[in-house]
Design a binder for this molecule. Structure first.
Ligand code: AMP
Length: 191
């Protein structure tokens, strides 16, 4: 059967992690979050984690090779998965191209990109609020939060054009209750 592969897209604080949990359960997909994978490497104090830590705490992207390598390994390790929710990946054009090439090798492709849209001041409010309890150093300072949003605008947001050109982009209003946003996402997937 053809896999369902969804890129859950949007700026930091748009709700990708929260919504990924609902979507993976509902559709029986695997959740792949490069941010979670990197934080696990940092926690385990691996060489990769040490390399990523400084960049992450400064709000900058880690090099493409690192995240592409992680995702390739995971895709190859899960040949029987019904599909994947990609959360926080791809974040650059090089990552999107590498993902397409890897999926093509396993006879698959991206089904949809669901792009959550939330304006900047709301994102800053959400991230600093989360920082009070999440223990994530990159959620604690307004300077780092704004740097992450700028990185998104410069390097990541242009991927909407990349997937739009393939007819796969669906824009989703990311403001509302968690349940309302889940409903918008499932409508887009089921449609
Ligand atoms: P996230 O949990 O998705 O907000 O990611 C937290 C941080 O991890 C980002 O600010 C980046 O430093 C790094 N990161 C996560 N995913 C990627 C990616 N696909 N490409 C580059 N850096 C990433």
């Amino acid at each position: 059967m053809k896999k369902t592969n969804i890129v859950l897209f949007g700026p930091p604080g748009a709700g990708k992690g929260t919504q990924s949990k609902f979507l993976t359960e509902r559709y029986g997909l695997e959740h792949l979050s490069t941010g979670d994978l990197l934080r696990a490497e940092i926690h385990a104090e691996t060489p990769l984690g040490l390399q990523a830590r400084e960049l992450m705490s400064a709000g900058e992207l880690v090099p493409d090779e690192i995240v592409v390598g992680m995702i390739k390994n995971l895709l190859e390790e899960s040949p029987d998965a019904k599909g994947f929710i990609f959360d926080g990946f791809p974040r650059t054009r090089a990552q999107a191209e590498a993902l397409d090439a890897t999926l093509e090798k396993i006879g698959s492709d991206i089904t949809l990109m669901l792009a959550l849209e939330v304006e900047e001041e709301e994102l800053v409010k959400r991230l600093l609020g989360r920082g009070a309890t999440s223990g994530r150093p990159d959620d604690k300072s307004e300077e780092v939060v704004r740097k992450r949003i700028r990185e998104y605008e410069e390097k990541t947001a242009p991927l909407k054009d990349y997937y739009n050109a393939q007819g796969k982009l669906r824009k989703i209003n990311g403001v509302g209750s968690i349940a309302e946003i889940t409903a918008r996402l499932t409508t887009a997937i089921d449609g």
